[in-house]
Design a protein around this ligand. Structure first.
Ligand code: ZN
Ligand code: ZN
Length: 380
């Protein structure tokens, strides 16, 4: 007896008690027979090909698939993506009846009705749009709610990297978050988490929103600077994760604003998991209390020999290497200091000696203050 002949009595037994649609009937046996179309198998198994009034399990949900397919087209029309998956929220009563039939007739290893309906919708959507079904790591996710006929969508975030060059003083690196939502995104800030766009963060965000759509842009900075600092050379690297992007491709790679240039902007697989090591070339203007003596400035060269120890607020200790030191007296009480150092050295504290040792103040033997610093380059 073939597998097909073996299942006929079971199918008949079920049909004697319950009306089932082709799709639900076929699903109960297709895995066992290694068939791909539940519908065709169901049709074949129906007795006397009578017309079904109402499927006991799904209440004819499958007749309505085109309606949900249309909703999927509508909600995704503004998005560009290649891969997608479909999830579903289904009335518990449907799932209960499905479970009941499966356990009553000991039908193991078959798709649940939820799996089947999402598979059918994904197949139909893929056929029409040529998008690829990917249940592991889709770019776009539909969650169809069959209870209220709504559809939620999720566009997987993308990460970009780039560098910025700041050639005019007076631009903050970071943008203040929207006060209403603390940066999470709300109606007031148009779901961007920020309202103003006058910082490095704001200008880059605005540009990205314009090019790729999206809601919140989350930055990972490779170091930071003051509002009054310049960032020159190749610029400061950054990573930015864009939530809910509408587009996932970017052609343009550099952009000039009035005072800011973005370079090498490109889509990357992910932000760095660990903090990136980098080396900064910095020029500082330092003022000291007592008149400058050259013999004291000469001592600054010793900084190259041993690392600078930095304690942060929590008491965590870290060491930063100074790779080169050059100084120039510019007036009685002022000199400029150019150093190449491990990234992340807190420059103002390095000068005045606040929980940093040795510091410029301690080496020179006089209270020193850094009142301006610029980044000449940053190497990763
Ligand atoms: Zn059904
Ligand atoms: Zn907000």
């Amino acid at each position: 007896m073939s597998d097909y002949q073996k299942i006929i009595p079971i199918a008949n037994q079920i049909l004697k008690k319950h009306e089932l649609c082709d799709q639900c009937l076929g699903r109960l046996f297709s895995k066992k027979l290694h068939l791909s179309s539940n519908k065709l198998l169901g049709k074949k198994l129906q007795k006397n090909n009578h017309s079904i009034k109402k499927c006991y399990i799904c209440k004819n949900l499958f007749e309505n698939l085109n309606h949900f397919l249309k909703i999927m087209f509508d909600v995704s029309s503004d998005y560009c993506f290649q891969t997608f998956s479909v999830g579903a929220i289904i009335k518990p009563s449907i799932i209960d009846r499905d479970d009941c039939i499966r356990s009553q007739y000991k039908l193991r290893g078959i798709d649940s009705i939820k799996t089947d309906i999402t598979k059918e919708l994904a197949k139909a959507f893929s056929k029409k749009t040529k998008h690829i079904i990917d249940n592991r790591n889709p770019e776009f996710i539909f969650t169809i709610n069959f209870k209220d006929e709504s559809c939620q969508i999720h566009s997987k975030s993308i990460t970009l990297s780039g560098r910025y060059i700041k050639s005019i003083r007076g631009i903050s690196q970071k943008q203040k978050s929207c006060e209403n939502c603390s940066g999470k995104g709300c109606r007031i800030c148009n779901f961007h988490g920020i309202i103003e766009f006058d910082s490095v963060e704001g200008m880059i965000s605005q540009f990205i929103f314009k090019k790729l759509g999206g809601t919140v842009a989350k930055f990972t900075w490779i170091g930071g600077e003051d509002k009054s600092s310049l960032v020159l050379g190749h610029g400061r690297p950054f990573f930015v994760k864009l939530q809910n992007p509408h587009k996932r491709k970017l052609r343009l790679t550099s952009k000039f604003f009035n005072s800011l240039k973005i370079n090498n902007l490109k889509i990357v697989t992910d932000s760095p998991k660990k903090p990136l090591k980098f080396i900064s070339s910095i020029k500082m203007r330092i003022r000291i209390e007592s008149p400058i003596e050259i013999k004291n400035l000469k001592k600054l060269k010793d900084l190259i020999n041993s690392p600078v120890v930095v304690y942060d607020v929590s008491g965590k200790r870290s060491e930063k290497k100074i790779l080169s030191v050059n100084y120039k007296k510019t007036s009685q009480n002022e000199f400029s200091l150019s150093i190449k150092a491990d990234g992340g050295l807190p420059l103002k504290r390095f000068v005045n000696g606040d929980n940093v040792s040795p510091s410029i103040s301690s080496i020179i033997g006089s209270n020193s203050k850094c009142h301006e610093f610029d980044f000449l380059d940053i190497e990763v």
